[in-house]
Design a protein around this ligand. Structure first.
Ligand SMILES: NC(=O)c1ccc[n+]([C@@H]2O[C@H](COP(=O)([O-])OP(=O)(O)OC[C@H]3O[C@@H](n4cnc5c(N)ncnc54)[C@H](O)[C@@H]3O)[C@@H](O)[C@H]2O)c1
Length: 281
């Protein structure tokens, strides 16, 4: 998709962190932004920022829980009523659920999978017919993570499992849409300076009780100092600009952290060695 001017971009989790970084990068290209987010404080701050940066009239804040399919369809309707046909769909909302997978309860699994994978599924099922209803150039970007590629990292089991599914679903989607005007990309970042350490604030009671081990990690994240950014940490706007470049050039993978190459190579080497070992003859 070469030209974003006047095009509707719908971004889940669009009012904070990476989603807002993508929104700002798209706004700089003239896009109209629907920022769909669960946190009203983030939505209010994003609206103020859009006004300060001069794209307030191209910004529509929408309160949305991506696990609510009826609400998701209504949010897409509202965005299209305001800015016309959907052209860019960014399934980005996610929660950094952390804890030892060996202790995980159904509540931990259900929340982690419903938002991090289910939110993307809902976006695809509800958004794809809208993108395919016209022949204009369009783009889908799903936010996954580096987590599926570096399984040595502790406490990330549920998160990595859900994000791995996002990567695979996006790869298959790219195959299905290869001959269409819809480009497909998946973002796989390492650390980015965002509010993801506050994710536990959003854990709904409806899933039941979190396991004690997960609660301990979540309380630490909420009450402790936010992680101190080091040289590996990226700025959300810089990540957003990479995403816009990938959408423009129809590139599937967006990996903003080249310093993680050795650790991903280690995993791939182990898989390749196992494949060779199990090759008959
Ligand atoms: N920050 C990182 O280091 C990092 C690394 C890899 C991947 N990611 C992924 O990037 C995406 C964005 O996260 P971020 O780091 O910008 O965090 P963030 O917390 O700053 O932004 C996420 C936004 O998503 C919203 N959200 C959470 N659950 C939601 C729901 N059910 N429905 C609608 N909105 C919801 C939050 O309110 C928040 O505003 C997530 O998918 C996350 O997993 C982040």
């Amino acid at each position: 998709m070469q030209d974003f001017k006047g095009a509707l971009a719908f971004i889940t989790g669009g009012a904070s962190g990476i989603g807002l970084g993508i929104a700002r990068a798209l706004a700089a290209q003239g896009a109209c932004l629907a920022l769909a987010d669960l946190r009203e404080d983030h939505l209010a701050e994003a609206v103020e920022l859009a006004a300060r940066e001069g794209w307030g009239d191209r910004c529509l804040p929408l309160k949305l829980d991506v696990t609510d399919r009826t609400g998701f369809a209504a949010a897409l309707d509202a965005a299209e009523a305001r800015f016309g046909a959907l052209r860019v769909l960014v399934n980005n909302a996610g929660v950094g659920i952390n804890g030892p997978i060996v202790e995980a309860s159904f509540a931990d699994w259900d929340w982690g999978v419903d938002v991090n994978l289910g939110g993307v599924i809902n976006g695809l099922v509800l958004g794809l017919p809208r993108l395919r209803a016209h022949d204009l150039p369009a783009a889908i970007l799903n936010t996954a993570s580096l987590a599926p590629f570096i399984p040595a990292r502790p406490l990330r089991g549920i998160y990595a499992a859900a994000k791995a599914a996002v990567v695979l679903a996006t790869e298959h989607l790219a195959l299905d849409l290869a001959e269409t005007p819809i480009g497909v990309s998946v973002l796989c970042p390492g650390p980015v300076t965002t509010n993801i350490h506050q994710a536990a604030l959003l854990r709904p009671a409806t899933y039941g009780e979190a396991s004690a081990a997960f609660l301990e990690v979540e309380n630490e994240a909420l009450t402790g100092e936010p992680p101190a950014p080091g040289p590996m940490w990226r700025d959300p706007l810089a990540v957003g600009e990479l995403c816009v470049g990938a959408m423009r050039e129809r590139r599937l993978y967006v990996f903003p952290h080249p310093e993680f190459l050795p650790i991903t190579q280690k995993r791939h080497a182990a898989i390749e060695a196992a494949l060779v070992l199990s090759t008959p003859g």
